[in-house]
Design a protein around this ligand. Structure first.
Ligand SMILES: C[S@@+](CC[C@H](N)C(=O)[O-])C[C@H]1O[C@@H](n2cnc3c(N)ncnc32)[C@H](O)[C@@H]1O
Length: 331
């Protein structure tokens, strides 16, 4: 193998923002939805979107190169993940989540200044949440969270459990899905006061109001509802530093009955911090959002659990390359 190096990889990183921009534009003009609905040629796509032929040509070339689109003979088709998650009206449509961080684009290009200013608060963007912004936020998280929650109930057997505490439960995806899957289970979603208004709406829609309750509170302080025999905290990890996460895990330990279990699901770095990239980037995202959060490694998470007193502590892949799950049992 040749040891010669060149600038290809560096150039790709320097212009990686172009891929995000193309994805946003394709979603803006419902490109993948049109393809799914039968617009399989560039002429048909130009008609359906009202865009000029040259722009469709550019967008299709980029989408083919990014493996978002493919050829089926002479006709265009969506890549399998695009067909599953980026076609409007489909059950698994995740467009709101893909667009969720678009408003942060300008902030990402100011991270040098932000590092120099170092102007952060404990809760970051969550300080300013309103009921309306929480509703919008959780429209995005729900478009991905319910899928993750289905994976959770397929992975973890809670059939002998009575009460799940869902810390930072947002749309209630984990709680709603868990009580639907396990008939003896009840759940409490603890989230910030404006958020639980939106949570209640998801609970009502799912018709599980008799089994899922909410508590409006800040999980960085105060004791948690108790006793419970399962605690889940999902997709909150990089928002906070070690002190806060360690404190949450300690208070979760106290809220659990003996034999109870905790699952911390989040973007965790490998111990050498060489990836996954997404985990590192969610840590950097906290600079953009103005909190003190950062990415945590798998062994740091195990450390929070062991220090709190958990046993059988173990981190496993939850969604390989993205999310890991740290488990611990209270003796
Ligand atoms: C990315 S969402 C994840 C929601 C849900 N766990 C899921 O996986 O779908 C993060 C959630 O954590 C909540 N959260 C963040 N900081 C919090 C705090 N200090 N106290 C309570 N909830 C908090 C947010 O309001 C938001 O609902």
């Amino acid at each position: 193998m040749s040891n010669r190096i060149d600038t290809t990889r560096l150039q790709e990183i320097a212009r990686a923002y172009t891929a995000s921009a193309v994805l946003y534009a394709a979603l803006d003009v419902s490109l993948f939805t049109h393809v799914s609905n039968g617009c399989r040629t560039e002429a048909a796509l130009a008609d359906a979107t009202g865009l000029r032929d040259v722009d469709i040509n550019r967008l299709v070339s980029c989408s083919l190169s990014l493996e978002l689109l493919d050829w089926e003979g002479e006709e265009l088709c969506n890549a399998p993940d695009v067909e599953a998650y980026l076609v409007e009206g489909k059950e698994r449509y995740a467009g709101p989540w893909m667009m969720f961080t678009r408003p942060d684009v300008a902030g990402w290009f100011q991270i040098t200044e932000k590092m120099r200013e170092a102007d952060a608060t404990k809760l970051g963007m969550y300080e300013e949440l309103t009921v309306e912004s929480a509703r919008k936020y959780h429209q995005a998280t729900a478009s991905i969270g319910f899928g993750a929650a289905r994976r959770f109930v397929r992975t973890v057997d809670l059939s002998d459990r009575q009460h799940l505490l869902d810390l930072g439960g947002g749309s209630g995806a984990y709680s709603i899905t868990a009580v639907e899957a396990f008939s003896s289970l009840k759940a409490t979603v603890l989230d910030l006061p404006p958020v639980v208004v939106a949570t209640e709406e998801y609970i009502a829609d799912a018709g599980v109001g008799d089994r899922v309750a909410t508590v409006g509170a800040d999980f960085t302080e105060g004791e948690f509802p108790s006793p419970v025999d399962v605690v889940v905290m999902a997709s909150n990890l990089p928002i906070y530093d070690s002190e806060v996460i360690g404190g949450v895990v300690e208070r979760a330990f106290r809220a659990l009955v003996s034999g109870g279990e905790m699952h911390l699901i989040g973007e965790m770095l490998d111990d050498d911090r060489k990836g996954p990239v997404d985990a590192a980037m969610w840590g950097m995202n906290e600079l953009v959002c103005g909190s003190e959060g950062r990415a945590h490694t798998r062994s740091e998470c195990e450390g929070y659990f062991r220090s709190a007193g958990f046993v059988e502590v173990e981190v496993t892949d939850f969604v390989a390359g993205t999310l890991a799950r740290c488990f611990g049992r209270k003796p």
